[in-house]
Design a protein around this ligand. Structure first.
Ligand code: SAM
Length: 256
């Protein structure tokens, strides 16, 4: 049940500064009285001062293997995991904090650090507890995201449970809304039936076109998704197959 989930009324009401403190813009010492920002409410005040917005979302991130693998590869991009299980979301939040601290406390290479610092120091990765089937547009504005990952979603095998799948005509419209044109949806699963379902539903959506396999396989994100997700590792150990599909968010058609 998710009756106790909290979510912002609107993306601008989200306190991103708590998730990405290193990306809070420097606040000028004296805000002029006529500065419109100074008259806004607390939440907007903070939003107005974030240097960046979240651009990459991992839907149902689990324990965050993909998040922590992506973070150093795109150190200037804010990456967010969304996870419905409270304890799992907390685990990812705590891990991000621990990794940041470890990076901050590491001596510089000149002082004999054994391992090189991780680009971005994990400051660009965080996680929130959310039911992405319900509140996605509360967190992200239109065209805010450049990448959405749907990695090993729960398969919900029985036909009467298919409505619980995180790829559907309705949810695809939400993904299309929050993704910028040219943005990507990455899917991976070991369940062939679910792969076929996701491909069918995304291909049928007017906002998405499947990326050719050659191009998808050349995308580093695909390699990371195969290798670094917890489920991807499990499937690897068991010698299972991984089915991948990547979709591009198309431009909206011009009004006639
Ligand atoms: N993506 C991770 C991976 O590849 O290792 C975890 C995959 S796990 C099979 C599916 C995850 O999705 C679980 O952690 C589950 O709690 C989460 N989940 C399922 N439904 C969700 C929803 N509506 N909103 C957010 N997370 C959800």
């Amino acid at each position: 049940s998710d009756h106790d989930l909290t979510y912002p009324e609107h993306p601008s009401a989200m306190r991103w500064s708590e998730h990405y403190p290193h990306f809070v813009a420097t606040i000028p010492a004296a805000v002029p009285k006529d500065d419109p920002i100074a008259t806004r409410d607390y939440n907007e005040y903070y939003v107005a001062r974030m240097e960046k917005r979240v651009e990459v979302a991992d839907i149902g991130c689990g324990f965050g293997g993909l998040l922590f693998a992506l973070a150093p590869r795109m150190p200037a991009t804010l990456i967010l995991g969304l996870e419905i299980r409270t304890s799992v979301a907390e685990f990812v939040q705590d891990k991000a904090k621990a990794l940041r601290l470890q990076q901050q406390q590491q001596p510089p290479a000149s002082a004999g650090a054994e391992t090189p610092p991780v680009p971005g120091g994990y400051e660009n990765v965080s996680c929130i507890r959310a039911n992405t089937m319900k509140f996605l547009p509360n967190f992200f504005a239109k065209a805010q995201l450049t990448k959405i990952f749907l990695c090993f979603p729960d398969p919900h095998f029985k036909a009467r449970k298919h409505k619980a799948r995180i790829v559907s005509a309705t949810l695809n419209s939400e993904y299309a809304f929050v993704l910028a044109p040219g943005g990507m949806v990455y899917t991976i699963t070991d369940v062939e039936d679910l792969h076929v379902w996701m491909v069918e539903h995304l291909a049928a959506h007017p906002s998405f076109a499947r990326v050719a396999e050659g191009e998808a396989e050349g995308d580093e994100c695909v390699a990371v998704m195969r290798r670094e997700t917890e489920e991807g590792k499990k499937v690897e150990r068991n010698g299972g197959r991984k089915f991948v599909a990547v979709f591009r968010r198309l431009e909206d058609p011009a009004w006639p």
